[in-house]
Design a protein around this ligand. Sequence first.
Ligand code: AMP
Length: 373
Amino acid sequence: MDKTIGIFGGGQLGRMMAQAALPLNIQCTFFEASTDCPSATLGQVISSKAENGLQDFIDSADVFSLEFENTPLADVDVLVKNKDLHPPRQALAIAQHRLSEKALFDTLDIPVAPYKAVTALEGLQAAVAELGLPIVLKTSRGGYDGKGQFVLRSADQIEQAWAELGPAGELIAESFVTFSREVSIIAVRGQNGDVKTWPLAENHHHNGILSHSIVPAPNSADLQPVAQDYITRLLNHLNYVGVLTLELFVTDKGLYANEMAPRVHNSGHWSIEGAVCSQFENHIRAVAGLPLGSTEVIRPSVLVNIIGQHPKSADVLALEGAHLHLYNKSEREGRKIGHITLMPTDSTQLTTLCRQLAKILPNPLALSEDMTI
Ligand code: AMP
């Protein structure tokens, strides 16, 4: 092996990074609480619970990255004394704190919904008075997949919202954005400052969890250069190396940034088959200091998450052009345990595939039949 990359986290994102790394003679190691994690079959897992775990992990690799956005900064601080981490610590710290993230978007002139920091009940009352209703109240730290959020629609919910989220520490109150669609843009920056961007993904959620993404997002020709400009500002400002994701709302006033993820992203899994170079391979290339690959689309794709329960693999693979990725995770309600990439030739074939998938998937609830590509 030419190089070893140590990855904070050992979930499916780490697993797919390691799969992309192997053909380049790059080995991955992982730092994860459970050694029985999705990445375990791809490389050594060093338990974050072991007494000398962190030091053993630091000794296990040449250069480091992450797949878990809540990687403890205290661990990162020990690591960066001796070894390089990509993306940079600052990007991770900002992404872990919604208020800092919004402040950075402001600094870079990336539009966001009006917001206020909230640290007390009176502050929430003031935010409601200033921003108006509805408001989305979020914990500044630790929320994911819609957790740690309260949508305030009337003033009589203020005390309830404060009682639910107040104990979680600093909060952010955001104006509710009336959006027509949610999209994400994924880009990669190399060690020489090269930036490459994949097309916007249109993302559909069910119960707060990503259900499927269509790439390129339909009717996004005008939005693509704007989103590309926003993410490039972030990458350059942060002197970022690796893959970064920016989630955006499409509104009638243009794109509003919601949040960024300093890592490869679920809405980019289609790129394994659908792009010349996937988000995983380009992330590994960037972290290893190698030239980046083309992000060009080979075929428009639809990513469908497998949530909670496994379909029969043979049923999925019998579908024309479908690719199946299982994460070696046990079934649990609401858990992402795999994904399918569909690569239809046109919208008619996509409709047929969606109908077929609806019969196969235990959880096809949000998969609409009238998608276009
Ligand atoms: P987040 O954890 O910030 O990604 O939020 C989870 C989901 O809540 C988003 O995907 C949106 O569907 C919704 N959401 C978050 N913030 C807002 C907002 N300010 N206005 C409307 N919907 C929002």
